[in-house]
Design a protein around this ligand. Sequence first.
Ligand SMILES: NC(=O)c1ccc[n+]([C@@H]2O[C@H](COP(=O)([O-])OP(=O)(O)OC[C@H]3O[C@@H](n4cnc5c(N)ncnc54)[C@H](O)[C@@H]3O)[C@@H](O)[C@H]2O)c1
Ligand SMILES: [Fe+2]
Length: 426
Amino acid sequence: MQYDTAFEMASSNIRFGQGTTREIGMDLSELGVKRVMVLTDPHMSELAPVQNVLESLAAEKIEVELFSRVRVEPTDTSLQDAAAFASAGEFDGFVAVGGGSVMDTAKAANLYSSCPPTDFLDYVNAPIGKGLPVPGALKPLFAVPTTAGTGSETTGVVIFDLEEMHAKTGIAHRRLKPTLGIVDPENTRTMPPIIAASTGLDVLTHAVESFTALPFDQRPKPEKPILRPAYQGSNPVSDLWALQAMRIMDENFIRAVENPDDEKARGMMLLAASFAGIGFGNAGVTLPHGMSYPVSGNVKSYHPDGYPGEHPLIPHGMAVVLNAPAAFRFTAPACPEKHLQAAEALGADVSGAGPEDAGEVLAERIQYFMQRLNIPNGLSAVGYSEADVPALVEGTLPQHRVIKLAPREVGREELTEIFKDALKYW
Ligand SMILES: NC(=O)c1ccc[n+]([C@@H]2O[C@H](COP(=O)([O-])OP(=O)(O)OC[C@H]3O[C@@H](n4cnc5c(N)ncnc54)[C@H](O)[C@@H]3O)[C@@H](O)[C@H]2O)c1
Ligand SMILES: [Fe+2]
């Protein structure tokens, strides 16, 4: 096999600033968009960000239909519901106002209504679906994140729960990228602490996973450039974004969760989310994300206190970080320097730590954030026991797009050990 010798930096368009949400009507008007589908979830539909977007569109006399049925942690069924609404509405543009669940649903609604496939799974990542590329340009989509989390405003990725598989999977193509991400610190003010904590831990893992991912030049060389995946492995450009996101988090994460009126910390966290999004969008995520997909999909009855809605769920950031200390202890021997660098950027004292300590130092720093932010103590605290480990392993094995980017190869045996280690941390 020949290794790749190149990496690519795909750009994402974002506009950052207080009050930019109110500019969105003018942006759409300039593009000639006349009829828009605004997507949000039931809880967000009552809050200021959605109202501000609707007012801004009304001011430009843009016709709007509000779709507020987005499911938090979308499923194939909920995506198809949004896509059917989009097809029936004959819109010429889309606006997503919410967290990753809303932004991802909007990308899917745009894709499935603009370029309807023969079968729903045609666009879904292989080997679960056919992984077909998006055949043509989609309609303009503006993404307005209201969590400092997924970075979905910067990525061409849709993540959803494939119900029959009890695990998440995705659709990934650069044409799914939003036309513009409107990153307005005003919009995250109303996040309750449990949402600020779990979405922020998603940012943390995006940054650390992409920074410690298999380097781009240890992945197979594609036959033609179009086949080079967006998740191409760590590289010097994505490293910059990831490291800076970690440094910002060290200074601002706890402050922003504990005091939502801390304007500076809240704004910096939103910036860190986009930075980490640009980083992982050009490098990929690895084991903690791959392992999170069956952790979310097999949820039994867990629902975090203070979280909107009633259906059992393990919020994405929580499902990911619960695997992170165990996963990084496993991957550290492959590139100990990078694990130590990540720990240091997140504020750990690494003086005197040698390569053999790297996994432990990073794991402990992540556990510090988890404990400080009242995250459950391992997978056992969200309803899993050792008896569930085989199912969690089987759900992780097909997540090739991410687990193959781990810097150390994993199979059934290794994943079993990592999941066992993730059951309880302190
Ligand atoms: N596309 C990508 O690149 C990508 C990356 C990571 C995760 N994801 C996906 O994104 C989803 C998670 O998104 P998320 O973590 O942003 O959360 P979310 O969109 O699921 O929202 C979580 C909860 O927070 C509430 N909420 C959001 N903003 C709020 C605000 N400002 N004030 C009060 N409440 C608010 C929502 O109503 C919801 O109940 C998952 O499905 C995950 O798999 C996608
Ligand atoms: Fe994530």
